[in-house]
Structure formats: structure tokens, C-alpha cells
Design a protein around this ligand. Sequence first.
Ligand SMILES: O=P(O)(O)OC[C@H]1O[C@H](O[C@H]2O[C@H](CO)[C@@H](O)[C@H](O)[C@H]2O)[C@H](O)[C@@H](O)[C@@H]1O
Length: 283
Amino acid sequence: MAATSLHDALGPLLADPSAAAVLLDVDGTLAPIVRHADDAHVPEATRRPLITVARSYGFVGCVSGRRAAIARRIVSLGSITYVGNHGSEVLPGGASETEVDEEVAAWTERVRAFAAAELTREDVHRTRVRGEDKEAIAAFHWRGAPDEAAAEAVVEGIAARADGEGFALHRGRKVLEVRPPVALDKGRGIERLLTGRGLRVALYAGDDVTDVDAFAGLRRLVAAGELEAAVCVGVTSDETPDELVRAADLLVDGPAGVRELLTVLADAVRGGAVAPAGDPTPG
Ligand SMILES: O=P(O)(O)OC[C@H]1O[C@H](O[C@H]2O[C@H](CO)[C@@H](O)[C@H](O)[C@H]2O)[C@H](O)[C@@H](O)[C@@H]1O
């Protein structure tokens, strides 16, 4: 999107930054997608305008499918709030303790036992499906497997067994998540996070189907009169889900487009300059 039209789309936030929330997904939005989840990080060129935005807008946070503490490590900015595990954890800015939804946490042992059994299967091992332990959520990744199609087919077997055992399933970018069968999504997390803060407008940017839930959460806040306006930004890639495109108010091109968006927000409050490198409160 051209800088002028991006500027126009962000008009509701630029009109009064102190009454605006800026909420950002992490993987595929701030951090470029990489083969191994452990290698994800936010480039310094993106952190710089983010630091300026964090200092100047009414509320700034990341809303991630990662554990909240892991999301903070990836972004490396300790002053903002992190909502983790798709809305079931909150790590407030500057805090050292994560608040965890107890109903979700109560499923940790059962989810872990299921995942441990699956990861010992011969077909899972042979196709190099990778597990990610997020306590009450187990992720099974096939990105970068020697034969991604074969690995994905094995993951579909995991999905069928998880479904049979009563777990909830969620599919993201080359990942299956096995979750507790309780109400749990980014939209609900955002509603809890922003309600009662006295903000007027909120922006959310994300790249995956789980981010469509976040858009819906913002729109419910507008319908409830908690916000006057919401700006839902879809972050595109060669894996963009159709529902994200349909639900977004505007689209930006990958994490580089998000960096451009943050730069517009930062420039509006800094007269053109963004924060120098280095964060006084790193994650
Ligand atoms: O809500 P997000 O912050 O976007 O987190 C969504 C999932 O992100 C991670 O997986 C994705 O990114 C990996 C690193 O780039 C990539 O290898 C994988 O294919 C993607 O699905 C994370 O590992 C998951 O736990 C998050 O739910």
C-alpha cells in the first residue's frame, strides 16, 4: 500500500494516539516466518518504530499463539503487554509473572500426555513432525520436513486421534494445535484486555486464521460501545488464508509492510524520527 493511503487508513489512530491501542500478532507479523519456531525474532528495524509506538500510544501489546513469556523474548521489548497462548495468558508490561487462565491450565497434564504419546509414534518420527510444548496447548509442525506433504498427512492422523479424545483442534501456518475444549481465542483475550481502559480506537495486525478471531473481538468492542472504531490489518504472504483477506479492513505485505505501518504510526508522534536502537526494558 502507498504511504499516503496507509496514512489515511491509520487516520483514526493518528487523530489521538493517546486514546489508541496498537495490538500486534508476533509470528508472520512482527517476526518473519522461519523454519524452526525457536529461531523466530523481530528485526531491529521493526523494533525501533515499535519502541516509539509503545512510548506514545494509549495501549500497546502483542497477542500471540506463543506462550506470553516466549512472545516477549522474541519481540525483546519488556515494557508492553503480551497476551499469550491465543488469549489464555497475560504478561503485563514490566511484570515478571504471567497470569494464566485456570480453566485452560487445568488441561496441561492431559494435553502433555497426549502429545508425548504422539511424539513417540514411528510415523511422526519418520516424517520429522516437530512438537512444541506450550503447556495446555500442543503444537505439531511440519514446516521444513523433508516431505512436507507426507508430514502433513501424519499430522492429520494426530488431529483425528485428538478429536477422538475430545480435544479442540486449530490449524495455522503448517501447524496443528491440540487445545483444551474450552472457549479460547485471541478475540476473547483482547476483549478482556481492552474493556474498561477508556480507549477510543484500536488496531490489530495479524497474518493467520487465529487473527480473524482477534478482528472479531475488536468489532465486538465497537458494537458494545467500548471503542469508537477498529482497524483490522491483514498481513499477507504466500500462505494467506482467504478468511483473513475477507475480514481485514486493509492488507499490508508481510512483516516488511507491518514495519512500514509502525513507521507511519511512529513518525506521527515523533515528527519523522523513530527511536534509536536499544530498549531500556528488554524482554
Ligand atoms: O499468533 P502468532 O504469534 O502468530 O503465533 C502463531 C504460531 O507461531 C509459531 O508458528 C509459526 O511460526 C513459526 C516460526 O516462524 C513457523 O515455523 C511455523 O510454521 C508457524 O506456524 C509458533 O511456533 C506457534 O506456537 C504459534 O501458535
